[in-house]
Design a binder for this molecule. Structure first.
Ligand code: ADP
Ligand code: ADP
Ligand code: MG
Length: 447
């Protein structure tokens, strides 16, 4: 049991975690960079510790400063949120050594899932369907040619250590293979310091459907349905919804069970997400497992009524899951729009700056997770996502209407945002039909 948690993050997710701690009667310690002195999370936490300069490597990724902040304040556990150190197994091991409880999965499971080529081989053994391709890392061009010919072009060359859509290249024929490998390796080396690659058949026009799972440290595990994240711009999620327009109760059950099998391979516990691609014929394929809470977790919270952050904390305290699979039912339709400080009219370039005035929508079944306020100056050092707007309707149509009303009411003055872009997306016929794939946003201009 612990009575004080340090939140190793910033922005809306730090606020979200502080709120969960308050409800559980747990004290909070915020950490902040010198660029975040006036950030909301640093102001509303019970305690706040400055951990370094504006650049993430000097502050939010500064592991020594974070451990020291725990020691100074007496925080006994760390919640990492998403991004930053949330999937850094070395840091988890360091916390273990220092007697600080990590609110997330075990380091070994995180490490195993972080190596995507090896994780795939393990999934095959566990009977989880994967995209056909190489079994593990591909060492030579000859091997790559042989495998690609077997699975058939086009293929994707993917970085084994990859994340955030980086280190992925497509080859449409054998002639393109060598260049794709070189480019993927180069990017992988640059971003992840590891240039191992593997090969996968390119699935044509699939959907991205992910399953939320949660497991305690006593072997109980439950899946909480899916989130459809097919609305992506250049591999970045823009809008997420649940249920998926292509889901059926039978498919959900199959994918839910596959996700739980995937998690059980490495004795995974706490919250996690198993990402799948779903093709036109509703075949699904394991893509990767994200060993952390995700940006879009509120979608699942609103559709199931489960508070995922509170559950994560309870699990880290050694408590059993507070529900069983049969207690989980999905109700209504939930949509989340990511609101970014960016300018869609100029290539979606980030638009940090001062917020002169702000008005947030409200009403029944409208949720806003944000850390911005009137007079706040968005620093240029961090992610451009400044708010998440989540709404729930009885069905998809009502959720779309509610989201349009909420977005039209939302005002953020002083900076450019993607609010109008989101409105255009909601008005789009293809989106409205529910019949689209992960490439559809790249094929049209909604700016
Ligand atoms: P989600 O599925 O939760 O939306 P994302 O893939 O969008 O997750 O990533 C969440 C955050 O983590 C984003 O800010 C993203 O830029 C960052 N991120 C994801 N993978 C990596 C990585 N390998 N290295 C650095 N940052 C990453
Ligand atoms: P990351 O770790 O960078 O998130 P993923 O393996 O999740 O990498 O892939 C990122 C995105 O690339 C997916 O969300 C999907 O849009 C696309 N993608 C990945 N693998 C395939 C594939 N085999 N066929 C088609 N698209 C793919
Ligand atoms: Mg992914």
């Amino acid at each position: 049991m612990f009575d004080k948690i340090l939140i190793a993050n910033r922005g809306e997710i730090a606020i979200r975690i502080i709120r969960a701690c308050r409800e559980l009667g747990i004290e909070t310690v915020a950490v902040y960079s010198t660029a975040d002195k006036s950030a909301l999370h640093a102001q509303i936490a019970d305690q706040a510790v400055c951990i370094g300069g504006p650049r993430s490597t000097d502050s939010y990724l500064n592991t020594k400063a974070l451990i020291a902040a725990c020691e100074i304040t007496g925080a006994k556990a760390i919640h990492p949120g998403f991004g930053f150190l949330s999937e850094d197994s070395n840091f988890v091991r360091l916390c273990d050594k220092c007697g600080i409880k990590w609110i997330g999965p075990n380091a070994s499971a995180m490490e195993a899932m972080g190596n995507k080529a090896n994780a795939k081989s393990a999934m095959i053994k566990a009977g989880v369907p994967v995209v056909t391709g190489s079994e593990g890392v591909v060492e030579t061009l000859e091997e790559a040619k042989k495998i690609s010919a077997e699975v058939g072009y086009p293929v994707l060359v993917k970085a084994s250590a990859g994340g955030g859509g980086r280190g992925i290249r497509r080859a449409d024929s054998e002639e393109e293979l060598e260049a794709a490998i070189t480019a993927a390796k180069q990017e992988a080396k640059q971003f992840f310091g590891n240039d191992d690659i593997y090969i996968e058949k390119f699935i044509v026009n699939p959907r991205h459907v992910e399953i939320q799972i949660i497991a305690d440290e006593h072997g109980n595990a439950v899946h909480l349905g899916e989130r459809d994240c097919s609305c992506q711009r250049r591999n970045q999620k823009v809008l997420e919804e649940s249920p998926s327009p292509v889901m059926t109760p039978e498919l959900r059950e199959k994918m839910g069970q596959a996700a739980l099998r995937a998690a059980s391979v490495y004795g995974y516990y706490n919250a996690g997400t198993v990402e799948f691609l779903v093709d036109k014929d509703k075949n699904f394929y394991f893509m990767e497992m994200n060993a952390r809470i995700q940006v879009e977790h509120p979608v699942t919270e609103m559709v199931t009524g489960v508070d995922l952050i509170k559950e994560q904390i309870r699990i880290a305290m050694g408590l059993p899951l507070s529900f069983k699979q049969e207690d989980i039912s999905l109700s209504g339709h939930v949509i989340e729009c990511r609101i970014n400080a960016e300018d869609p009219k100029h290539g979606f370039r980030p638009c940090p700056g001062k917020i002169h005035s702000i008005h947030m929508p409200g009403g029944p079944n409208v949720r806003i997770d944000t850390a911005v306020y009137q007079g706040y100056e968005i620093p240029l050092y961090y992610d451009s996502m400044i708010a998440k707007l989540i709404v729930k309707g009885r069905n998809r149509e009502e959720a779309i209407t509610k989201m349009k009303v909420a977005l039209s009411e939302m005002l953020i003055e002083g900076i450019q945002t993607n609010i109008d872009f989101q409105l255009n997306l909601l008005r789009d016929e293809e989106f409205e039909s529910g019949d689209f794939d992960i490439g559809f946003l790249n094929r049209k201009d909604l700016t």
